[in-house]
Design a protein around this ligand. Structure first.
Ligand SMILES: Cc1cc2nc3c(=O)[nH]c(=O)nc-3n(C[C@H](O)[C@H](O)[C@H](O)COP(=O)(O)OP(=O)(O)OC[C@H]3O[C@@H](n4cnc5c(N)ncnc54)[C@H](O)[C@@H]3O)c2cc1C
Length: 330
């Protein structure tokens, strides 16, 4: 029987992975990633349909891990399907549902399948989801998970110290929330995640550019933008009502009144929500130290391509404008 060649051994110098996301970020161009809303379905076509509309404009697609503690098709399965179809997904791992034995096994399995990016999350608590009676695990948290996978990758060892024959060549990410109080604490939290191994972060939704600017100022003062690629979370709101619901029910999402007033005053709120999103992208891309955007368009995937194209971030000028690779992030 013929054994297929390993998928992931061709890691370019200075890179941790052979994936498109890391290459794109290190090239210095403005990068776009997007979250795939996982279907409640065992039909692979339901995943491919959602991926197709995102892939036109994205460098990488995030496969969420039961976000909001709601049960859906798994992030691992989504990654397997996407890799089979030639995409470069980001595997999201939350610490809520699996202990260190299961997670380390998943990391090896994912890398063996061709996963080259992993987003390390503590994860939403079970009380926020549709199975509040589920037993929460939280054996690790985002920081110890980053450290664990970095140890597996760089030292070729499990947390137990046992040797790994072929370490997983993965690009490591984490979530960040520049908009949740206490605001002064946020850059310090980012620093902690970078110290633990985060090479890129994807932030919570940004609806407040002045707050992001002041966060990025502190991040630059601490030199963190030189150590980690920062992708700012962006998403269209379907209406002022949806915005109000998200603000009250989704932990960590901050939406200022000015955004809700703008939606409320519009004749076509859905369209205005997309225009707000375009305006936010254009402001965010001008902030020094921001490497790209992460689009989370819950139930609005079909508009992602239109929003990204209208924002101009895929223009030639935008692709060549950024300075070349920053060695410090290697
Ligand atoms: C881009 C993105 C993707 C996400 N994807 C998923 C997913 O796939 N699955 C999922 O379950 N969740 C997901 N989440 C939600 C995320 O897990 C929660 O928002 C979490 O509370 C914060 O992110 P973290 O997991 O990195 O936790 P951490 O930053 O590690 O925080 C860990 C704990 O500390 C608490 N904490 C954080 N900030 C403070 C503070 N200022 N003061 C006191 N306590 C604090 C948190 O509530 C949490 O309990 C995602 C969030 C983002 C931004």
């Amino acid at each position: 029987m013929m054994i297929p060649a390993p998928l992931l051994r061709d890691v370019p110098p200075g890179h941790s992975s052979s994936g498109r996301l890391e290459r794109a970020l290190r090239s210095g161009r403005f990068v776009v990633t997007a979250e795939l809303n996982p279907p409640d379905s065992a039909n692979p076509e339901d995943v491919y349909e959602r991926a197709k509309v995102l892939s036109e404009v994205c460098d990488s697609i995030n496969a969420t891990d039961a976000s909001g503690a709601h049960c859906h098709i798994s992030s691992m399965a989504i990654c397997a399907l996407l890799i089979r179809a030639g995409y470069n997904p980001v595997l999201q791992i939350s610490c809520r549902d699996r202990n260190r034995i299961a997670i380390q096994g998943d990391v090896l399995g994912a890398a063996a399948m061709g996963v080259s990016n992993i987003l390390c999350l503590t994860g939403d608590g079970v009380q926020t989801g549709d199975h509040p009676e589920a037993k929460p695990v939280f054996d690790l948290d985002s920081t110890s998970l980053l450290q664990a996978i970095r140890t597996m990758r760089d030292d070729g060892k499990f947390l137990s110290g046992r040797k790994i024959t072929s370490p997983p060549p993965v690009f490591l990410g984490a979530a960040a929330n520049p908009f949740a109080p206490p605001l002064d604490w946020r850059p310090l939290r980012l620093a902690k995640k970078i110290e633990a191994g985060a090479q890129f972060v994807q932030t919570q939704y940004c609806f407040d550019v002045p707050l992001l600017r002041s966060y990025m100022e502190k991040v630059r003062d601490m030199g963190l933008d030189e150590k980690c690629f920062i992708l700012v979370g962006i998403g269209p709101l379907a209406s002022a009502r949806t915005g109000r619901w998200i603000r009250s029910n989704v932990p960590g999402v901050h939406i200022p009144d000015s955004i809700l007033d703008r939606l409320e005053g519009a004749q076509d709120q859905k369209k205005e929500g997309r225009q707000i999103c375009i305006d936010l992208i254009q402001e965010v891309r001008e902030i020094e130290g921001v490497s790209g955007i992460h689009v989370m368009a819950y139930r609005q995937e079909k508009f992602v391509s239109e929003i990204i194209s209208a924002s101009g971030v895929l223009s030639y000028e935008s692709l060549v404008r950024q300075p070349a690779v920053r060695a410090a992030k290697e």
